[in-house]
Design a protein around this ligand. Structure first.
Ligand SMILES: Cc1cc2nc3c(=O)[nH]c(=O)nc-3n(C[C@H](O)[C@H](O)[C@H](O)COP(=O)(O)OP(=O)(O)OC[C@H]3O[C@@H](n4cnc5c(N)ncnc54)[C@H](O)[C@@H]3O)c2cc1C
Length: 458
């Protein structure tokens, strides 16, 4: 790619081309091999527009890049494309206390946004373990979920304005932060979840909500996912609002203990654990304690702990949030963030475990995720004695039985991480041929030359 004229027209230091930088910015958390041809680090929307216009005119492919914590390989530069990183665009305006909104540049991290809003008692309710690195642009491009979806929904619900730049360098200013605007197609919602294949998100106006004042965290051991689902059904009727309902299997807890030396106060002998965070609405913690007593009496739970202080809550959350990192450190992993209707999650997980008994696979299944959203993360972790080749063929054989099971249960091949590069070939399990035809037509109208994040999603 010849960027000479473009480089000369932008402030010095806007581009990087060292091999080390190109490898770093060209790959992401999935460790899929990638390397950028060059890296652009613009500071303004106008600079983004200039870069994209040049790329369009010179047929140069571009990969939009955020915090590179994506788990679908969406930000990987497989063919030495130009990586356009938003990391220098991280300015945030003052909170608008009338609209309860916040205007930010796309490169602000999720955590920076949380911290910025906190003093107003306000919250952008998308929260995920990668919060310190992932960016608002990446959160919106992937329509991130996270641990509070059960209470607040996905990222797409929390945006009232978006600025994005097309591959032709046109700056779109969408919706003007309006709460109500029924004037035709909703382009914001089309861009959210499009994984950098339609336009580059440069700014967003985020909708905020009041910070939950008092919360409690409960932690329970269980023999199987069906038993967790029984608690979940009871919790739906409890004297509180559920903020998060997560689960994980014993083997995940073992990995966290080994990698991060974080120990569970309940020990680690049960097959499964559930973590529930609740917001106290009516009454007080007495009502929760009474409810917990009833759960013990009805034998819905046999044991458990109630975390009241911030440090106790952090200790329990630390177990859940350390899982992705700990599994990654164990051995090569193949990750599947599937979803099924919540009512089917117990039978789906049981059927998945049955599938594993049928084959003699060279991997171990690590199960965890957002049970309350019907969104389990299935992680296949290579056995030490299995070769990489066998791991690959075994995973492919497992997919052949897993995806039809998902389809029969009305599930999706990606609950929240997106399609990116890694799940593109499975899309037909979740989308009909008619939907895929429309996907391609939409892609073509935004990006007629196929230059923006090529090879991803469609
Ligand atoms: C420990 C850990 C825990 C996680 N937990 C969760 C979870 O609970 N829920 C969840 O949903 N995800 C989770 N993730 C995945 C990941 O953090 C999210 O997908 C996140 O939203 C990605 O943001 P990012 O800035 O890192 O994007 P990147 O990885 O940089 O990019 C992701 C995709 O978005 C595109 N993109 C990035 N920025 C822009 C932009 N400005 N304009 C247009 N396109 C852009 C990229 O091209 C790519 O296709 C987790 C990841 C890790 C490592």
């Amino acid at each position: 790619m010849d960027l000479t004229k473009l480089i000369a027209s932008l402030p010095s230091g806007t581009f990087l081309s060292d091999t080390e930088d190109c490898v770093r910015y060209g790959s992401d958390w999935t460790k899929t091999p990638g390397q950028a041809g060059a890296v652009a680090l613009p500071r303004t929307t106008e600079e983004v527009a200039k870069i994209l216009r040049y790329c369009f005119e010179h047929s140069i492919s571009v990969i939009p890049s955020g915090g590179r914590t994506g788990l679908a390989g969406g930000a990987v530069a497989v063919n030495q494309e130009l990586v356009l990183s938003l990391e220098r665009m991280s300015k945030m305006q003052a909170v608008d206390i009338h609209g309860n909104t916040l205007r930010v540049q796309a490169g602000a991290t999720t955590q920076q946004v949380h911290e910025h809003c906190e003093s107003h008692g306000l919250l952008w309710p998308i929260d995920l373990a990668s919060r310190g690195s992932c960016q608002i642009g990446g959160n919106l491009a992937t329509n991130a979920g996270g641990v509070r979806v059960i209470r607040y929904g996905m990222a797409r619900k929390w945006v009232v304005g978006l600025q994005a730049v097309t591959i032709e360098g046109e700056i779109l200013e969408l919706n003007n932060d309006l709460e109500k605007n029924n004037t035709g197609y909703d382009l914001i919602q089309l861009l959210i979840g499009s994984e950098g294949t339609l336009a580059v998100i440069t700014e967003a106006t985020l909708k905020l909500t009041r910070f939950p004042k008092h919360s409690l965290v409960m932690f329970f051991p269980f023999p199987d996912p069906g038993a967790i689902l029984n608690l979940f059904a009871e919790a739906r009727k409890g004297p509180f609002e559920i903020l998060a309902f997560e689960f994980f299997s014993k083997i995940c807890l073992d990995a966290v203990a080994k990698k991060l030396n974080r120990q569970s106060k309940l020990g680690n002998t049960a097959a499964y654990y559930a973590l529930m965070e609740v917001e106290l609405t009516e009454g007080s913690k007495d009502a929760v304690e009474e409810w917990l007593g009833q759960m013990l009496e009805k034998e819905i739970v046999m044991d458990g702990m109630l975390a009241l202080s911030d440090s106790e809550k952090e200790q329990v959350w630390g177990l859940r949030e350390g899982i992705t990192e700990s599994i990654q450190a164990t051995a090569p992993v193949k990750k599947y963030d599937v979803s099924v209707p919540v009512r089917k999650i117990g039978t789906f997980l049981q059927a998945t475990e049955e599938l594993l008994k049928v084959g003699s696979y060279g991997f171990e299944l690590y199960l965890f995720g957002h049970l309350g959203d019907g969104s389990p993360h299935l992680n296949l972790v290579k056995h030490p004695e299995t070769s990489m080749e066998k791991f690959g063929t075994d995973a492919a054989a497992f997919e052949k039985v897993l995806f039809p099971l998902l389809k029969n249960n009305g599930g999706s091949i990606s609950a929240e991480h997106g399609v990116g590069l890694l799940k593109k070939h499975w899309l037909e399990y979740s989308r009909t041929p008619a939907e895929l035809r429309l996907f391609r037509a939409i892609k073509k109208s935004f990006d007629p030359r196929g230059l923006l994040n090529p090879g991803k999603v469609v």
